[in-house]
Design a binder for this molecule. Structure first.
Ligand code: SAH
Length: 194
């Protein structure tokens, strides 16, 4: 693995991500939204996450900026990054397939919203966020730059911790006891094994 190849893997990760999302986003847009927790706060969180996972690393890939934050490239680290990137894409595809039209980029409940508790959702409540964490880890492994590598973990971390409790409250208000029971038997981003 070379530094150029490692950057290329990151770009392929982003393209694969976009291709998976495009089709599901198109389909779910047709489903009417019943209630929503969108607002300035959600918009701000989405922008922060996009900056950390997308804008900062792409500026780095295109220009090597910020130069001061560069560190020595380690091939083994980049190979591990490739492995994590593949896992992120597989996970992202599985979660989109399971959520189907219930998916939303923000916090929405759709008219015929169904609580998904099967497949990849059986033991984890937020496997799509697990996939985003994997992207952020892959980014840190693939880009040998302290700022561009770690901006994904920071940016997505802010979205995740700023959103997940509100998302769960919304699901609880919508699905009541079934979501309460589901919460009891699952973990947030790691499978609950007990
Ligand atoms: N947090 C989930 C989904 C992210 S997409 C995950 O990480 O996999 C965000 C949308 O998914 C929200 O609008 C919410 O209404 C919906 N959602 C979250 N969990 C869900 C579930 N178990 N079943 C159906 N929809 C869900």
């Amino acid at each position: 693995m070379t530094p150029a190849l490692s950057k290329f893997v990151f770009v392929m990760l982003a393209i694969g991500w976009y291709l998976i999302r495009y089709e599901y986003a198109r389909r779910s847009r047709r489903e009417k939204v019943l209630r929503s927790d969108r607002g300035p706060r959600e918009t701000g969180l989405l922008l922060i996450s996009l900056t950390g996972l997308g804008i900062v690393p792409f500026i780095y890939v295109a220009t090597a900026i910020p130069h001061f934050a560069a560190y020595t490239f380690h091939p083994a680290q980049a190979w591990l990054g490739l492995f994590v990137a593949i896992a992120a894409l597989v996970m992202f595809q599985l979660t989109h397939r399971a959520l189907g039209r219930n998916w939303s980029v923000s916090l929405d409940v759709r008219e015929e919203h169904q609580l998904v508790t099967d497949g990849i959702y059986r033991r984890v409540r937020h496997p799509m966020y697990s996939a985003f964490w994997l992207w952020a880890v892959a980014q840190a492994l693939l880009l040998p730059n302290w700022v561009a590598g770690f901006s994904g973990l920071v940016g997505f971390g802010i979205l995740f911790f700023g959103r997940v409790a509100r998302e769960e409250r919304m699901m609880l208000e919508t699905f009541g006891d079934s979501y309460r029971a589901y919460t009891a038997r699952t973990g947030r981003i790691f499978p609950s094994i007990f």
